[in-house]
Design a protein around this ligand. Sequence first.
Ligand code: HEC
Length: 145
Amino acid sequence: MSLKRGAIRAMVLFLIVLLGCLNTAISQELQDAIDAGKTEYMRSCALCHGDKGKGNGIYASKLVIKPANIALLQKGNNGVFPTREIFQVIEGTDDIKLHGPKAMPVWGDRFDHESLLYVDDRFTRTFVRGRIFELLLYLEEIQVQ
Ligand code: HEC
């Protein structure tokens, strides 16, 4: 094999690898959002649902109703992460007794725009939605395939 052919082969291989990386890589910004979601999850959900969502948090054994395995939400929804449903669980809270009433959920005021009264309403809603969105990104990350 000539040197030139070798070089072309190496170049083609390099391009294939590069394209592969571009395809799977996620941006730093997205990774930061997922990490922020993890922090949010650890703070508000992990005590019951466990670090990876399996329902085995340290409170789980003390609860009469066992925390759901929320790592299986995607699997249970034909492989599609049910973003809208879970958004409403976090934002609405009224459906799940163990999460507490909407006005006083077990995770406090983290996802309640009314707790941020010092800035205008439109901003606080968007801010809190951002928090919920980050949390959803993390939840999606821990789904069992
Ligand atoms: C005090 C314990 C506790 C905390 C904290 C908690 N959960 Fe739950 N959660 C539960 C229990 C218990 C259930 C199951 C309720 C039932 O089966 O009726 C549940 C159910 C759910 C469900 C419904 C699952 C399904 O299959 O329909 C979702 C989604 C969920 N939790 C998400 C969260 C998220 C996200 C957080 C954090 C923001 C959180 N939970 C915090 C106890 C908790």
